[in-house]
Design a protein around this ligand. Structure first.
Ligand code: NAG
Ligand code: NAG
Ligand code: NAG
Ligand code: NAG
Ligand code: NAG
Length: 765
């Protein structure tokens, strides 16, 4: 079967991502464009296919086959991989029981394991850090604290504990004591109903340096005075229950003289004036390096600037969703990092810092979107941050929606070229996931569709083409505005060819509808006598869809495709590009044995026999192809449709002889996925005219791409047929001559291949 590869598409320019374009201190391009480390590749294999490397204990948990020794860092990393890939559960976590492995940094984010399994797998390890953010309901915070407290070593030595978004089961449950974990330096308890009394307990920790109580139920900060000489970092974003009057809060902060980092940022809906008043203080926070007041109200450039001028060592200020950050002071000092909305650096910083905070994520993405209007250069680091935001908030529509708009602008045509493929692949994966989560959001679908129209993405980037094709097909059937429809058509024409036969078979129902829709478009354009880009794409799409697909050809015929195509030929009598596409598709239909007789309509064949004489090489070529496939139908079929088969055969013969040599150039490059449809023509010695067309066609493509087609000749058994013609006593002289030429070319290619590769067997048979 046949389709065209358009010369404009090749040779393709591939721009390799340039790691030198990473901003200082950032390694996005370098990471995304490099292969994973060997250790990680091994661990991913182990984590995702664990059963193969394990035996099962009596209680159903897994146990790794005997290992030599497993370095502790590698064990930590394996656990992290299992967590990230969602492979951690009560069964798999068994591999950490016993002494086979030693863990130090335990990450079980969002894992679904039970309290008993946690105790058994982890509590005998000498854990320094535990990140149990968002673990499932079967492992509550009291469970975790009790388990950790049961180990004397851990009570002494655990330094860092992260319990964000954990479960308490009973909202009002009294938490076990944190203060028993006397080694703790870093504690994070955001998004849990942590109370004043818990804060009082935590403040007793003798080594506590860093505390995050964001979005907890704390209403009074007085307890912090108990650790005022130790605390270096305090994060209390969105303390929604705080009832303490602002002057008193300021008094407490004033006492925390060692603070280096303070975060009092706020959700915008929550209107605290704390930040506003804090900025007025001169005798406060003498050692501060980093202050986050994003989302604060009535914050002005002047106030922030004055505050920072008094504390010249400051390195960071968070100003997103405030009125500040826009003056030269902020955008000109490279030693001051700002998370804000004024320029791309500020927005990137905001995306990086607030990747877990949905309200700021939204805000930053909206700012980013307006910035992307003017972006002229590829920004992989920014795209990566957008991807992280999408991944972290899959169920937040505004985030998904705004992020999809940003990715679209960040990857539009030229900009996608310099993006690492792995990053683009992740972005498309996230977009397809968003479509699943929000099946009814028009604009999201539109952005996703537009992203797919990107040639770079469509050609080079791995993603689930089946899901994408299904989505685009659905879109096509919805009759959206005509421009979008054109894009859907162009995307589907390319995606359709990238599906495996099994996938195409699964999409049978959708394909049927798509062919009908495409034909409806052709019909409408024809009746309007409108030759536009939509018609062009639609004809090409139908051509591509029918390639190597008898079922699609069948749908085409069943939906009056032939009559519609006659109309097309009559409406645009002098458009050779349209004629090429129409005849190219009809070639695909003619190759399907069961359908070829359908083409024997006099209205259609009148055009085909006329176009055989077209001065356009392609048009003449495809007309000859159709005729060649229909000749075997026999005398009667031809007479019935009002033609003299012998006259047509003479025409065909004379036409092919008039063509230039087969190595001539056509405007577009004809390609075949298989030679099989030629074989019945080649072995038909009774009708040398169709042998002649088939040989001319084969010689043509072989001379254009010897590597591909010489291999095809061998693999499909075409070589034997050519030799039969060469050795046949009655072969027509021109037929004989082309067959010999192909064989000569084939052997020359074969020899030069052998020479260049030094191999004795260049091609597999
Ligand atoms: C959590 O794990 C238990 C058993 O280990 C299983 O029954 C349950 O369905 C899991 N829950 C989720 C949300 O995956
Ligand atoms: C605050 O924490 C609660 C759980 O305690 C959670 O449901 C909510 O989404 C959090 N809010 C924000 C803005 O993070
Ligand atoms: C954006 O602002 C940051 C500081 O906030 C500054 O370092 C950077 O140079 C600014 N970038 C541009 C392009 O103005
Ligand atoms: C970015 O997207 C918006 C809306 O989709 C569009 O109006 C704008 O032209 C795009 N900018 C560029 C530079 O493509
Ligand atoms: C048909 O498929 C080929 C191969 O994938 C592609 O190059 C060509 O652009 C497609 N045609 C259209 C109209 O998209």
């Amino acid at each position: 079967m046949v389709h065209f590869l358009h010369p404009g598409l090749r040779p393709r320019t591939i721009v390799t991502p340039n790691a030198l374009e990473d901003p200082p201190g950032c390694y996005v391009v370098q990471e995304e464009a490099s292969p994973y480390s060997l250790v990680d590749i091994c661990l991913i294999v182990l984590a995702t296919d664990l059963e193969r490397f394990c035996s099962e204990r009596q209680d159903g948990t897994l146990c790794l086959h005997e290992l030599g020794s497993f370095p502790q860092e590698v064990a930590d990393r394996l656990l992290q991989m299992m967590t990230v890939h969602g492979k951690l559960n009560d069964r798999t976590v068994g591999i950490f029981q016993g002494t086979q492995m030693q863990l130090k940094q335990v990450c079980i984010r969002k894992a679904n394991i039970s309290a008993a399994a946690f105790q058994k797998a982890f509590c005998h390890h000498r854990i320094i850090e535990l990140d149990a953010t968002g673990v499932g309901v079967t492992l509550t915070i009291p469970d975790i604290l009790n388990s950790l407290g049961s180990s004397p070593w851990t009570r002494q030595h655990l330094q860092c504990l992260v319990l964000n978004s954990g479960n308490l089961l009973l909202e009002e449950a009294v938490l076990p004591r944190f203060s028993q974990l006397i080694g703790l330096r870093v504690l994070s308890v955001s998004n849990i109903p942590f109370q004043n009394r818990d804060l009082a307990d935590v403040a007793l920790l003798p080594r506590l340096e860093s505390l995050d109580i964001s979005n907890t139920s704390v209403s009074d900060l007085s307890a912090l005075l108990a650790c005022k000489d130790r605390l270096k970092s305090l994060t209390m974003h969105y303390l929604k229950c705080l009832t303490m009057p602002t002057p008193q809060v300021l008094e407490i902060i004033r006492e925390l003289k060692g603070l280096v980092h303070l975060d009092i940022s706020d959700d915008q809906q929550f209107t605290s004036d704390l930040a506003f008043h804090l900025l007025q203080q001169t005798d406060i926070l003498p050692n501060i390096l980093s202050l986050d007041i994003s989302g604060g109200k009535q914050i002005t450039d002047e106030a922030v600037e004055a505050f920072i001028r008094q504390r010249p060592a400051m390195q960071f200020v968070g100003l997103l969703a405030t009125d500040a950050g826009y003056s030269d002071f902020f955008t000109s000092d490279p030693s001051l990092m700002v998370a804000g909305g004024a320029n791309v650096s500020q927005i990137s910083e905001a995306l990086r810092r607030y990747s877990e905070r949905v309200c700021f994520m939204k805000e930053a993405l909206i700012r980013l979107f307006t910035q992307t209007f003017y972006m002229q250069i590829t920004k992989p680091a920014v795209l990566k941050l957008v991807a992280v935001g999408m991944r972290n908030h899959p169920l937040d529509l505004p985030v998904q929606f705004t992020a999809s708009a940003c990715t679209l602008n960040l990857t539009r045509q030229g900009l996608a070229l310099g993006m690492p493929v792995r990053l683009l692949s992740e972005v498309i994966h996230l977009l397809l996931k968003a479509l699943k989560n929000f099946p009814n959001n028009q604009q999201l679908q539109k952005n996703c569709l537009l992203s797919l129209t990107n040639a770079r993405i469509l050609q080079d980037v791995p993603f689930n083409r089946f899901d994408a094709a299904k989505f685009v097909m659905k879109w096509l059937c919805k009759h959206e505005n005509p421009n979008m429809q054109t894009m859907a058509v162009s995307v589907i024409s390319i995606l359709a060819l990238q599906l495996s036969p099994e996938q195409t078979a699964q999409l049978k129902a959708e394909l049927f509808i798509v062919v009908r829709e495409l034909l409806a478009i052709v019909k409408q354009k024809t009746s309007e006598n409108l030759e536009d880009i939509t018609l062009t794409f639609t004809l090409r799409a139908l051509w591509n869809l029918t390639d190597e697909s008898p079922a699609t050809c069948m749908h085409f015929v069943e939906n009056q495709g032939l009559a519609i195509f006659v109309q097309v030929l009559e409406t645009f009598p002098s458009e050779s590009t349209i004629q090429t596409r129409v005849l190219g598709l009809l070639n695909n239909v003619a190759e399907v044995k069961e359908l070829s007789s359908e083409l024997m309509m006099s209205s259609l064949m009148t055009h085909v026999s006329r176009l055989l004489h077209s001065v356009e090489m392609e048009v003449s070529y495809f007309a000859a192809g159709i005729i060649s496939h229909l000749i075997p139908l026999g005398e009667e079929a031809w007479t019935l449709s009002g033609f003299q088969r012998s006259t047509i055969l003479d025409d065909l013969y004379m036409t092919v002889l008039k063509w230039p040599s087969p190595s001539c150039k056509m405007v577009a490059l004809v390609t075949y996925r298989s030679f099989k449809s030629f074989f019945p023509l080649l072995s038909n010695f009774a009708v040398f005219e169709i042998q002649l067309w088939a040989l001319w066609a084969m010689h043509h493509v072989c001379s254009k791409n010897p590597t591909k087609y010489c291999r095809m000749l061998m693999e499909e058994g075409g070589l034997q047929l050519l030799e039969d013609i060469r050795d046949h006593a009655q072969a027509e002289p021109h037929v004989h001559q082309i067959a010999v030429s192909i064989l000569v070319d084939f052997h020359m290619h074969f020899m030069s291949y052998r020479k260049s590769s030094g191999s004795k067997v260049p091609l597999q048979t």
